[in-house]
Design a binder for this molecule. Structure first.
Ligand code: FDA
Length: 366
């Protein structure tokens, strides 16, 4: 008999299983996929760690979380500095003095600030009614037209005029020549891929792959005293209050017979005509020197049951539905819900690790 059946071998499940095992408990981890790691999984192709479910850069401001992950893998010094390609023009992201210099020739921060202020004023938006107006009221027309509009419309599959303004509460604008995307104190990519972290966490723990909880629910829950569930919460309750909606992604990955395709790990295509939003060149996450390269084009798409759920759509309707499921979950005494799918929340990796560690403390009364 196991103490915990952990459904999902992603970050949440792996941290929970590791910590519970450290406390003398027996865990069985299952996953419906044929690999551990969930969405942080990296797969080796041509000696390159390919981020199979989208680019993953670890970043955190928490020293505790940083020291925690460094127990399971060494990290390199990767700093996320994505580029925007707008019809062949290259701009630095996040919006900073390099971007403004390229856009307007602005050299001093005061010049860039003035241009943005003038554009905001000229647009005359007092109360933004949609995402387009919100973005223009925050950063002006030029940045919006070249760097936000096309990308956002592709990402959400609809016009920025039809998207609610709350999607962009703020847009980071930096008046320094700093291309580091994150403000966090710690950042990097695990050497050997994310697989290394999860493999080390699950070392010595029973893991069964290609096992879908819902196909053997009774039998599986009978194997353990408690269940830790990191799958979709609406599915756990048989979709009784309706389906929680997501945006999905399609990845097209190719091996290219050249050593360097785009010179950067992440390039966003911000025009409306290019059908994908980004191209990831995986070797640059690891400063790879392999003779070949692997690139992935990212195509956002509508989600429907059966597709991978990537980004929760936290609008009023889905928030209300989630609350109903959450009420049921809160009443369970032998089931613990955690991770991005059970919480219906976009979590960065450091946040999901933090959530798993907090859950452990609650569970063990620490
Ligand atoms: P995760 O989805 O990883 O794991 C859940 C596991 O449960 C999966 O393996 C699934 O197969 C399994 N499962 C579900 N239902 C099951 C069932 N019925 N039976 C058995 N198994 C089942 N974060 C960050 O910090 N930096 C970044 O750069 C990025 N980049 C990024 C890009 C993209 C495109 C996305 C969508 C997300 C990111 N993230 C990120 C976020 C990161 O992916 C996220 O924080 C973690 O993967 C969450 O781990 P979980 O364990 O919660 O879920």
């Amino acid at each position: 008999m196991y103490d915990y059946l952990v459904v999902g071998a992603g970050l949440f499940g792996a941290v929970f299983a590791y910590e519970a095992t450290q406390r003398g408990k027996r865990c069985l981890v299952i996953d419906k996929r044929d690999h551990i790691g969930g969405n942080v999984y990296t797969e080796e192709v041509e000696g390159i760690h390919v981020h199979k479910y989208g680019a993953h850069i670890f970043h955190t401001n928490s020293r505790k979380i940083w020291e925690y992950v460094n127990r399971f893998a060494d990290f390199n010094r990767y700093t996320n500095s994505p580029l925007a390609n707008y019809k062949g023009e290259i701009y630095n992201l996040p919006f900073n003095m390099n971007t403004f210099h390229k856009l307007w020739g602005a050299v001093k921060p005061e010049e860039a600030k003035q241009i943005i202020e003038d554009q905001k004023k000229a647009a005359g938006i007092v109360k933004p009614r949609n995402l387009e107006e919100q973005a223009i009221s925050l950063v002006g027309t030029d940045i919006y037209e070249k760097l936000i509009k096309g990308y956002t419309e592709k990402q959400w599959g609809r016009s920025a005029k039809d998207l609610p303004s709350f999607i962009i509460n703020r847009l980071p604008v930096r008046f320094t020549y700093d291309n580091n995307y994150f403000n966090d104190r710690y950042q990097g990519i695990p050497i050997g891929g994310y697989h290394e972290i999860i493999k080390n966490m699950l070392d010595g723990i029973d893991v069964r792959l290609n096992v879908d909880f819902f196909e053997e629910r009774e039998q599986l829950t009978g194997l353990a005293t408690k269940t830790v569930f990191t799958g979709m919460i609406d599915q756990y309750y048989g979709f009784r209050y309706g389906v929680l909606e997501y945006r999905s992604l399609r990845f097209e990955t190719r091996v290219l017979d050249m050593d360097n395709y785009q010179g950067n790990a992440v390039v966003n295509f911000t025009d409306a005509d290019t059908p994908y939003t980004r191209i990831i060149e995986h070797k640059h996450f690891d400063y790879g020197t392999q003779p070949k390269t692997v690139v992935t084009e990212e195509y956002p798409m509508e989600w429907k049951p059966g597709l991978e759920p990537y980004y929760p759509i936290n609008d009023d309707k889905n928030t209300h539905t989630f609350r109903q499921y959450k009420e049921l979950a809160d009443q369970e005494s032998n089931v613990i819900f955690g991770g991005r799918l059970a919480s219906y929340k976009y979590y960065d990796m450091h946040q999901v690790i933090g959530e798993a560690l907090t859950t452990i403390q609650t569970e063990f009364g620490e």
